[in-house]
Design a protein around this ligand. Structure first.
Ligand code: ADP
Length: 334
C-alpha cells in the first residue's frame, strides 16, 4: 500500500444492470481517482441482501458489475476491486459500529423510509442499519474520500456521525469520510420521465442502462417528456426539459449543447430533433462500453482472478484496521 496516497472507497450493489446514473455519479470518478489515490472499490453484495433476498441472479449480477466497472475504465491492477462478502472483517466492524448507531436516527433516514414503503413485508434490521454497514465498508480502509452520487449525501453525513462517535469514545482511529465528486456538486442523473433518478431496479423504461442496445436507447430517449416549447425568450426551463439538457450535457459536444440552448432561449427549439441528437450521442457513448462488457463477461476465469486479487489487497488493509479498532476499544486481553 502506498502510504503517501489518500484513501478512497466506494461500492455498487449487484442488484441489476448499471446505468448512466451509476456511471456519472460514481464510476466516472472512480476511473479518474485510480491514478491519484489508493482506491478500494467493491461490489456491495451484502447490501443487496437487504432488498433482494432472492439470490438466484446474484452471481451473474456480481460478475456483471465487475465487468461493467472494468469496461468503464477501472484497472484492477491499480485499484482493489473486490466483493464485499469476501472480507469477514466488514462484519466485525459493522457489529462494533452498531453499538454507536441509534434507532431513532436510523429510522429517520430517507432511504430507509423509502425502502420500507416499497417492501412493507420485509422491513428487516439490515435495511434499518444499512448506513452502519456502509460506514463499516468505508472505515475498514480508513478512507477519506467516498465518490458517490447525490442520493448518498445523507448516508455520508451519518457515516461522519458514527465515525466521530467512535473517535470520541475510543480515540482517533478514523479520518472523517466525505462524499466526493470532481466538480463541486454531487451528481444526480434524472430519469427520462422527469420523475426521480435513474435507477437499477425502478423505472426501467426511463433509465438508460450500459447494456441497452442501440434501438432501445433510441426508443427510451424519444419517449422523454417534452411540450410545445417556450413562448417567451429566455424563459426558465420546466424540470422535465431541464433534465433533457442535463443528459445532453453529459454526452454531447459543446457545440451541440450551445445550439439547443440558443434555440430554447430564442423559442425555436424542436424537441424531436433535440431528442434524436441526444439519442445518437447516447448510442455513441453507451455502445462501446456495452461491447466491452460483453467481451469481458466471456472470461469468467479472468473475473475470478480480479475478485481474488482484489480481496487480497483489501484484506491487507482491513486486517490493519481491525487490529487498531480492537486495541482502541480495549478488546486486547493478552
Ligand atoms: P442504484 O440506486 O441504481 O441501485 P446503487 O445504490 O448501487 O445504485 O449506487 C451505486 C452508486 O451510483 C452510488 O454512488 C450512487 O450514489 C450512484 N447513483 C445511483 N443512481 C444515481 C443517479 N441517478 N445519479 C447519480 N448517481 C447515482
Amino acid at each position: 500500500m502506498d502510504k503517501t496516497k489518500e484513501i478512497v472507497m466506494s461500492g455498487i450493489r449487484p442488484t441489476g444492470f448499471l446505468h448512466l446514473g451509476n456511471y456519472f455519479g460514481a464510476i466516472r470518478n472512480y476511473v479518474k481517482m485510480q491514478d491519484e489515490y489508493e482506491c478500494f472499490f467493491m461490489v456491495a453484495d451484502l447490501h443487496s441482501l437487504t432488498t433482494h433476498p432472492d439470490t438466484k441472479e446474484l452471481k451473474a449480477n456480481v460478475y456483471r458489475v465487475l465487468a461493467e466497472n472494468i469496461a468503464c475504465g477501472l484497472d484492477p491492477d491499480k485499484v482493489a476491486l473486490y466483493c464485499q462478502s469476501h472480507l469477514h472483517e466488514t462484519a466485525e466492524l459493522y457489529l462494533y459500529l452498531n453499538m454507536l448507531a441509534y434507532k431513532g436516527e436510523l429510522e429517520k433516514t430517507a432511504t430507509f423510509k423509502d425502502k420500507a414503503r416499497m417492501q412493507p413485508g420485509n422491513i428487516n434490521a439490515g435495511l434499518l442499519t444499512y448506513p452502519v454497514l456502509q460506514t463499516a465498508d468505508i472505515l475498514l480502509h480508513r478512507a477519506k474520500y467516498v465518490p458517490v452520487g447525490k442520493d448518498q449525501e445523507q448516508h455520508l453525513e451519518m457515516a461522519r456521525n458514527f465515525t466521530n462517535r467512535f473517535n470520541h469514545r475510543y480515540g482517533e482511529v478514523f479520518p472523517e469520510p466525505v462524499a466526493f465528486n470532481y466538480s463541486n456538486d454531487l451528481v444526480k442523473v434524472p430519469s427520462l420521465d422527469g420523475e426521480g433518478k435513474m435507477s437499477k431496479s425502478e423505472n426501467q423504461m426511463a433509465t438508460l442502462y450500459l447494456a441497452d442496445d442501440d434501438e432501445l436507447i433510441r426508443k427510451k430517449v424519444m419517449k422523454a417528456k417534452t411540450d410545445s416549447g417556450p413562448t417567451e425568450n429566455n424563459s426558465p426551463k420546466p424540470a422535465y426539459i431541464g433534465n433533457i439538457f442535463l443528459l445532453m450535457n453529459l454526452v454531447s459536444s459543446k457545440d451541440v449543447i450551445k445550439k439547443y440552448e440558443d434555440d430554447y432561449n430564442n423559442c425555436n427549439i424542436r424537441y424531436g430533433d433535440m431528442k434524436k441528437q441526444l439519442a445518437e450521442d447516447m448510442v455513441k457513448f453507451i455502445s462501446p462500453i456495452r461491447e466491452k462488457v460483453n467481451s469481458i463477461l466471456q472470461d469468467e476465469k479472468y473475473l475470478q482472478k480480479v475478485m481474488g486479487q482484489g480481496a487480497e489487497k483489501a484484506r491487507k488493509s482491513a486486517e490493519v484496521t481491525i487490529k487498531l479498532v480492537r486495541e482502541a476499544i480495549g478488546l486486547n486481553y493478552f
